[in-house]
Write a protein that binds this ligand. Structure first.
Ligand code: UFG
Length: 334
């Protein structure tokens, strides 16, 4: 197995990127982070990872880092991730996610960095006709966020065909939880994700949790999602990295999820169970653009990479998210 690869991690001070940095360190690789700290936190990058504050579209800086750090591969997390914001300000998403990634890929090709793992999303599918959804099913994003990521997938496909370059686009489902050793977690202020909101409410940081829609075509009427522990997702990135280096002619586009889902009510029940306390639930109308159910078919990543999730347990995801949320106030004032 390839060891000690130098990996440029863009957005490594953010939620998922910081967990990938930990997974790289734990696997004997050398992460080098670049983050502009617009949404990331400097303290989220461990001391034993090299850090550069800067922008991925700064091609001079990227070139300098590639040369100085002898970069072998890139894990690309940097970008904007708020779906409703992408509807209000699409050009921000096409700039931050698509145009800046084009610039980054250009820097990689020019400097002969031959491997990239890309943070893609289940939002590339839009509202799938069937669930679980497979990678070869139609991609019809329903918001600029999903389109901005799909456009990057297309650039990667074309660049891999034209140059000595391979990639793995990982389509994330609902990422949740925190590092099992509480070294990192979801720290975004004003996050809109269900489990983050639920653990904030459980710790008294909010009074209640809104349940958006109770009339979906699901068992209890609330939306069903495939929640994946961020540490399992980070581990998938390391496996993808090693696969790209081992087989440099092969690229991949793979779902990252557990292949089964939980409803909003089941997630809130899990939080109640773990805390032994009942959250106040406000039943509200549907949120625009939410599908009934979004579940991955994950057979491709399991078959191809032998990916074996360790934390496929909703209560464990909730426990880790809670443990992180408890110590977050302290860290954010640093
Ligand atoms: N929900 C609530 N109350 C809340 C927040 C969410 O009931 O306060 C519900 C939503 O309606 C949905 C489920 O909880 O049914 C999950 O919602 P999230 O906002 O946590 O996540 P989404 O499924 O909307 O979004 C995720 C990723 C996005 C990605 C999208 C589509 O976070 O980046 O899936 O793939 F674009």
């Amino acid at each position: 197995m390839a060891e000690n690869l130098s990996v440029l991690v863009t957005g490594g001070a953010g939620y998922i990127g910081s967990h990938a940095v930990l997974a790289l360190l734990d696997s004997g690789h050398r992460p080098v982070v670049i983050d502009n700290l617009v949404t990331g936190f400097r303290w989220a990058v461990p001391d034993n990872a090299t850090f550069y504050e800067g922008d991925i579209a700064n091609s001079q800086m990227i070139t300098r880092i590639i040369e100085n750090e002898r970069i072998d591969a890139v894990m690309h997390f940097a970008g904007s991730v708020v779906v409703p914001e992408s509807v209000e300000n699409p050009l921000k998403y096409y700039h931050n996610n698509t145009a800046k990634t084009r610039s980054l890929i250009e820097s990689l090709v020019a400097n002969e960095v031959r491997h990239m793992i890309f943070s893609s999303t289940a939002a590339t599918y839009g509202i799938p006709e069937t669930s679980p959804v497979r990678e070869d099913m139609p991609t019809r994003p329903i918001n600029p966020y999903g389109t901005s990521k799909l456009m990057t997938e297309m650039m990667l496909r074309d660049v891999a065909a034209a140059h000595d370059f391979n990639y793995c686009a990982l389509r994330y489902f609902n990422v949740a939880g925190a590092d099992p050793k509480a070294r990192s977690g979801q720290s975004t202020v004003g996050a809109t994700h269900l489990l983050k909101i639920a653990v904030e409410a459980a710790l008294g940081k909010r009074g209640s949790v809104s349940v958006f829609g109770t009339d979906y075509a699901t068992e209890d009427g609330t939306g069903v999602r495939d929640y994946i522990h961020v540490a399992d997702l980070a581990a998938a990135h390391v496996i993808a990295l090693e696969a790209l280096v081992a087989n440099p002619k092969t690229s991949h586009t793979l779902n990252c999820g557990y292949g089964h889902g939980y409803s909003v009510m089941q997630v809130l029940d899990a939080v109640d169970r773990v805390t032994n306390h009942k959250l106040v639930r406000n039943l509200e109308g549907r949120r625009a653009g939410d599908p009934d159910a979004l579940i991955s078919d994950n057979r491709a990543i399991v078959d191809r990479f032998g990916w074996q999730p360790k934390y496929d347990d909703l209560d464990v995801i909730v426990e880790h998210a809670l443990a992180w949320e408890r110590q977050l106030g302290e860290r954010q004032t640093q």
